[in-house]
Design a protein around this ligand. Structure first.
Ligand code: EPU
Length: 317
């Protein structure tokens, strides 16, 4: 849509106005958190980007449902934020309501044999640790993913040749009006680094099905994964792999072969350790990271005819 002909929302209808903010606040309990003009850079691993109009951490599912219903009714854009490890927020920030399942009620991990029922706010590293403790195998790859289960579901996160949905039995989800249901994983259409079936929903949690293992064996696998990761991936601030691997060649190898390691735009730089990681050397802006993304995409297209697609989600203005 052309911005010039957009009709401005009437005052009072935006989430950051006093009326909008108070309306959201009215459905929250004292255990919830709500803030106006909340900086998002510190809530993402890439550490760039502007503020959210409103940032909310509801204290439970009922409050989450009420917040979503208000946003739907008023047509306020919603962004559900996990650990922010696969997210690039633009410098102008997010005009709308950012919802984070940071409250402890969304973090639960309950084991029953090889099944782990986990809340979407649980860190996948914590799930990997709990699975190891209980001798539940198959979730070792979660060890190195710096995200929450909600984010891992939404993008079918993966590492070490495994991906989230290979271990998901069912997903509990909420629609934009606050209604809850549980769906089998197969109904959600997960593909490489994407889950179409969650696009319009908020994942509340999932049942993960592991495989029989022993804590010692699982520990060994996790240590191998960790070693491989440390040897091949940078520790600097980044959003993990920036691009999906195109057909035929891993994006990291392609960027490496193009001689782009070390290329920079301002304080955004292509990692020297791994070509698919764009790192923030300190003080980078989203504009700089976006400039570097464009530079890499242009070179991949011009030199090889390959169209790189970002894996990282880009939001804001
Ligand atoms: N390679 C290079 N140069 C580089 C980087 C990689 O030649 O600068 C080569 C490697 O030597 C290897 C191949 O490219 O032969 C693939 O590299 P790697 O094993 O690091 O895997 P990847 O395909 O680049 C994927 C995931 C990572 C995940 C790793 C480890 C994608 C886009 N990336 O990377 O996921 O951690 O495997 O299993 O699928 C992420 O999604 O954010 C992410 C980091």
């Amino acid at each position: 849509m052309n911005d010039a002909v957009k009709i401005p929302a009437p005052s009072g209808s935006l989430p950051a106005t006093d009326a909008g903010f108070e309306r959201l606040k009215s459905v929250l309990s004292p255990g919830a958190m709500i803030r106006r003009n909340e900086p998002l850079a510190a809530r993402t691993t890439l550490r760039v980007g502007g503020p959210a109009d409103v940032y909310v951490e509801p204290a439970g599912e009922a409050e989450l449902g009420a917040v979503l219903a208000i946003c739907a009714e008023r047509d306020w854009p919603v962004l559900v934020l996990g650990r922010g490890s696969n997210l690039l927020v633009k410098d102008g920030g997010f005009r709308g309501v950012v919802i984070c399942l940071g409250h402890e009620s969304f973090h639960r991990i309950e084991a029953n044999g090889l099944r782990l029922r986990c809340g979407a706010g649980a860190r996948v590293k914590a799930i990997a640790a709990e699975a190891r403790r209980r001798g539940v195998g198959g979730l070792e790859f979660f060890e190195g993913i710096p995200g929450t289960l909600g984010g891992a579901l939404r993008m079918n996160a993966g590492a070490m040749g495994a991906s989230t949905f290979e271990r998901v039995e069912t997903v509990r989800l909420m629609d934009r009006a606050g209604a809850i249901e549980e769906r089998p994983a197969a109904a959600l259409g997960a593909t490489y680094r994407h889950c179409e079936g969650l696009r319009e929903f908020v994942a509340l949690g999932a049942v993960l099905l592991g495989a029989p293992g022993s804590p010692e064996e699982i520990e060994r696998t996790m240590a191998q994964f960790s070693q491989k990761r440390r040897a091949s991936q940078p520790a600097a601030a980044s959003a993990g792999c920036m691009f999906k691997n195109p057909a035929g060649i891993p994006a990291g190898r392609l960027i490496d072969e193009l001689g782009l390691k070390g290329a920079r735009v301002g304080a955004a730089r292509v990692s020297l350790e791994h070509g698919n990681f764009l790192v923030n050397d300190g003080g980078a802006t989203a504009r700089e990271v976006l400039g570097l993304i464009e530079l890499v995409r242009r070179r991949a297209w011009e030199a090889r005819g390959i169209e790189l697609e970002t894996e990282v989600r880009i939001v804001g203005e």
